[in-house]
Design a protein around this ligand. Structure first.
Ligand code: AMP
Ligand code: MG
Length: 411
């Protein structure tokens, strides 16, 4: 393949379509307790076993009344009290009122709560302002959620916005998809695991660390096979070992065209290559394919390319495999380029940028500087990708560009 000619390279959209149309969500589900459900994905629709609120209750501290008894303007003696957790249960004589607190059940027969700021207390009882409307300050049973109503469909990721709601419904167990099993390894004779001293020509294995972190956030079960040397036999057995235990195998390095890049050859031997090179930058060499059992993604070796291709391609793939149908790509917005951006036409470019709001309230974006695919600090300095279209050239200050805000995987 001519590596300078980019016109025949697959676009990101084509690659995503190809990947996502081939894979189907894992069928296996399990039941977990609510307290263990953070980060899991609902495998069936959840309906509410109860109404919320479960009973009509007061929205204010004040007095429960029968509204028509206010028309005379006469003071109403207080017949009793209703507290949250301690309802009024006695006989309620005509032409009296009940002292009521926020959250207390509305006494039988009451149709209105008058807040205490609209009440004047005297020896004869309580007199209310003229400005009282029937039904006011009552939270009706089922006003938030009716019994049997749909709460979440299948495919929703459960987090701090969802789980407390389920707790409020008294739900203790949920059916979720089984966590995706993902085997990971890095390839390269130069790689040392973090925590070991560096020998001559060695570097630390950044990619496995980055991939692990992102997989943890995505709720995957990780099988870490470590660093695999640039040796055909070692690589073949790593692939076989990974394929035997995982739903998805992710390697990094060895996918370009160097002499020690054996990944493609072994993948062709053990399974099928779906595609190999993409018209994106960074990350032109990104492999997708199928082993005997598991799906396979081969990330490029350069750390920025590895993290970017994971984010743009593996993240949606994992969402689909995990049954996370509610997953949406990170938000894209328009911003004004506040610095020049260097680019050559041919590949969709994901530069790292810092977005801010300028004095006119408009979004603007600066480059993080050096955009080399080995400069990982561009992620920690940045808060967004500057997404530059495939055929676009360099960008001048003041031009409009698209930015994609980092989601929780990178933020
Ligand atoms: P490769 O794709 O194996 O040719 O690697 C491309 C570049 O990325 C080389 O400079 C490698 O040293 C570097 N590299 C490969 N794997 C890793 C890794 N796991 N962590 C950091 N750098 C890596
Ligand atoms: Mg290598």
């Amino acid at each position: 393949m001519d590596y300078c000619n980019t016109s025949d390279l697959l676009s990101l959209e084509q690659a995503l379509t190809k990947m996502l149309s081939q894979v189907t969500p894992l069928p296996a589900t399990e039941i977990v307790e609510l307290t263990d459900a953070a980060g899991r994905i609902t495998a069936s629709a959840i309906t509410s076993p109860i109404a919320v609120p479960p009973f009509a209750n007061s929205a204010m501290d004040g007095y429960a009344v029968r509204c028509n008894e206010l028309s005379s303007g006469m003071p109403l003696p207080v017949a009793g009290k209703a507290f949250a957790g301690a309802p009024f249960k006695d006989e309620w004589p005509a032409n009296t009122c009940i002292r009521i607190m926020t959250g207390a059940p509305i006494p039988q027969g009451a149709d209105t709560v008058v807040m205490q700021e609209q009440a004047v207390i005297s020896e004869q009882g309580v007199t209310f302002s003229d400005n009282v409307h029937i039904g006011q300050n009552i939270r009706l049973a089922g006003e938030d959620i009716q019994q049997g109503a749909a709460v979440f469909p299948a495919g929703v990721k459960l987090g701090a916005a969802q789980l407390p709601l389920l707790a409020s419904l008294g739900i203790v167990e949920i059916t979720v998809f089984r966590a995706l099993k993902v085997a990971i390894f890095s390839t390269g004779d130069e790689l040392q695991p973090v925590g070991q001293p560096l020998g001559e020509g060695q570097i630390y294995d950044t990619n496995r660390f980055a991939v692990r972190l992102m997989l943890q956030q995505l709720g995957c079960q990780i099988i870490d096979l470590g660093v695999i040397r640039d040796d055909q036999q070692a690589l073949r057995s790593a692939f076989e070992q990974a394929d035997a235990v995982a739903d998805l195998v992710i390697s990094s390095g060895g996918v370009s065209v160097g002499e020690a890049d054996y990944t493609k050859q072994i993948l062709e031997e053990l399974g099928e290559v779906g595609f190999w090179t993409l018209a994106i930058k960074p990350g032109k060499p990104f492999a997708f394919g199928k082993l005997k059992r598991a799906w396979f993604c081969g990330l490029p070796g350069n750390p920025v390319s590895a993290a970017l291709t994971f984010y743009q391609l593996v993240q949606p793939l994992i969402a689909k495999l995990s049954g996370h149908s509610g997953w949406r790509p990170p938000l894209r917005l328009k911003a004004i380029a506040a610095t020049k951006l260097k680019k050559s036409p041919g590949r969709l470019d994901f530069q790292r940028g810092i977005f801010t709001t300028n004095i006119h309230g408009e979004l603007e974006v600066h480059t993080t500087g050096h955009q080399g695919s080995h400069v990982f600090s561009s992620f920690s300095q940045g808060n967004c990708f500057i997404v530059l279209e495939r055929e676009r050239g360099s960008v001048a200050i003041g031009e409009t560009v698209e930015i994609e805000l980092f989601n929780a995987l990178l933020a």
